[in-house]
Design a protein around this ligand. Structure first.
Ligand SMILES: Nc1ncnc2c1ncn2[C@@H]1O[C@H](COP(=O)(O)OP(=O)(O)OP(=O)(O)O)[C@@H](O)[C@H]1O
Length: 522
């Protein structure tokens, strides 16, 4: 059936106003959890007890400030498309913002994959999900909006197989006044560009991480390509690394060979069609200008061949699937078990032992045939931290004890102003080393951008730890949960946050020292 925008808009205007009062809603169950929000299934009594989803965004933990969240609500209220999830309303409840949304009873594709399809979906199912998502994206781009957080966690599915794109928490409009984005928006270049780092690391386009270069609609296309890989393999590339590390790997264009091998030797290696691989390859072009627009991508043979609809998804994905609330409960238990397992493994196999297994690579490309990211090995085999010299590029080793630290060694560019350094952090016991490679593919601005990102993330984590500490001092969570659940959750969070904090602190300090040394050398 052809989609009629006018009819859809008229339907939209007929919608009834949901109450802006939390007492009108009864929470039934927890169904999901994001970085700074919990999602509940609830009923709205004055609306004939209709079922809704409530996203409770904790303002104390949210990266987005109130303005951003208001913008999300505003963006959602102005958009109208069958593949875009539109909120009923939103209002504040203590230090939470409640976004009242239609309940998409099968939850997100991410929750479906993680609970029932760990090795990914079949290609015909992927084609339907991606096509519906791309319809939403094409509409969004035509309206002048970037989504900026395309991933399977933001693609929701209803019991009848309907697909909707959700979560406009970091979306942005190119038509809004520049002041709405502070200094993060620039219209001086030939196309409208954003420069702030937004989104979720594994799905982020390289130009979003290298944010000094600016990015636009094509950043969503990259994330769409990563989402395709996520649906195909069950997880996005580099997701075995912590988010900050995956960002750093993208910036330094390195990731561990052992990790790549893990993916490649997967027993469940699947075959995908040439047109699917080609479509993903187009999205994952390093050069944003070479990626197709959403509208053009819709005309790709991969989508043209797919004539199956939502019923197919019901039959092949949803039938027999536990409810979204059951799945959420299961995933919580699994998370706790895997946390315990990784704790045990860390005790047996300290990080130091891992270092010897690591083999550095100088870049990574998307391989259309193999349908995965492929490492590029450095031309020079020497991976020692050493004095390295080539024609016009000198890299000299500096002992950081000279810079005020007694356990670290960094290599930094020497006399040449053109020298550029790719940094990789290798942590082993208490000896932290910032290594060199003078191949010249990462500039100081990129290094700065990554440092700023790490710093922001560090600040966020510090804030989270402070929140948890105050929670332990007796602050009440606004929604009732069992005491045991709360404690398990808090301990899990605290352990993660502290671990991350420790690693990032260490990395950040070394990198800052390194930059200081670099500048003082000049
Ligand atoms: N309207 C909805 N109906 C049904 N389930 C939902 C709805 N919105 C969210 N969910 C469920 O809650 C989960 C968490 O959603 P949320 O948007 O908070 O986090 P996320 O997108 O997974 O992560 P992030 O915080 O990184 O954006 C989703 O994966 C989905 O399963």
């Amino acid at each position: 059936m052809a989609y009629n925008q006018e009819e859809h808009d008229q339907e939209d205007h007929k919608k009834i106003q949901y109450p802006l009062d939390s007492t009108c809603y009864t929470i039934l169950d927890e169904i999901g959890k994001g970085v700074s929000a919990i999602v509940y299934k609830a009923i709205c009594q004055p609306m004939n007890s209709s079922v809704v989803a409530i996203k409770a965004i904790d303002l104390d933990q949210s990266r987005a400030d109130l303005d951003n969240i208001r913008r999300e609500a505003k963006t959602m209220s102005l958009l109208s498309h069958p593949n875009i999830l539109k909120a009923h309303c939103s209002f504040t409840v203590d230090h939470y913002i409640w976004v009242i949304m239609p309940f998409m009873s099968a939850g997100s594709l991410q929750s479906i994959i993680s609970s029932a399809f760990p090795d990914g979906l079949s290609e015909p199912c992927i084609a339907i999900v991606l096509k519906e998502t791309l319809n939403a994206l094409a509409y969004l781009h035509n309206q002048g909006h970037l989504h900026r957080d395309i991933k399977s966690g933001n693609i929701l599915i209803d019991s009848d197989g309907t697909i909707k794109l959700a979560d406009f928490g970091v979306s942005a409009s190119i038509y809004e006044p520049i002041s709405a984005y502070g200094s993060s928006y620039s219209s001086s270049s030939s196309c409208l560009m954003f420069t702030d780092v937004a989104g979720t690391p594994y799905w982020m386009a390289p130009e979003v991480i290298h944010s000094h270069t600016g990015y636009s609609f094509k950043a969503d296309i990259w994330s769409f390509g990563i989402t395709a890989l996520e649906l195909a393999h069950g997880r996005p590339p580099l997701s075995h690394l912590p988010p900050s590390k995956s960002l750093f790997m993208k910036i330094t264009r390195k990731f561990r060979f052992s990790d790549y091998e893990k993916t490649r030797n997967s027993k469940n290696y699947k075959k995908f069609s040439k047109s699917f691989k080609d479509m993903v390859g187009l999205c994952l072009d390093q050069d944003p200008s070479k990626r197709p627009s959403a509208e053009k991508l819709l005309k790709h043979p991969f989508f043209k061949c797919s004539n199956k609809g939502p019923d197919f998804l019901v039959k092949h994905i949803l039938q027999g699937m536990p409810s979204v609330e059951q799945r959420f409960r299961q995933s919580k238990i699994q998370r706790q078990l895997s946390l315990k397992k990784s704790d045990d493994e860390n005790e047996e196999d300290p990080e130091q032992g891992e270092i010897s297994k690591q083999r550095r690579i100088s870049g990574w490309n998307f391989n259309v045939q193999g349908f995965e990211l492929v490492p590029v090995f450095p031309v020079e085999k020497d991976q020692q931290i050493s004095l390295k010299q080539d024609n016009d590029n000198v890299v000299k080793q500096v002992d950081v004890s000279e810079l005020g630290s007694d356990t670290s060694t960094i290599s930094s560019p020497g006399s040449s102003r053109q020298s550029e350094v790719e940094g990789a952090i290798v942590c082993g016991g208490d000896r932290k080393i910032l290594t060199e490679i003078g191949s010249g593919s990462v500039s100081r601005e990129v290094m700065f951008a990554s440092l700023l990102f790490l710093k922001k993330s560090l600040d966020d984590q510090r804030q989270n730890v402070m929140n948890l500490i105050s929670f332990f001092h007796g602050e009440q969570h606004s929604v009732e949960m069992s005491r045991k659940d709360q404690l398990i959750e808090v301990i899990e969070k605290l352990r993660n946050e502290l671990e991350n904090e420790k690693k990032k602190n260490c990395a950040l300090q070394l990198e800052l020292e390194f930059l200081k040394a670099q500048y003082s050398n000049e």
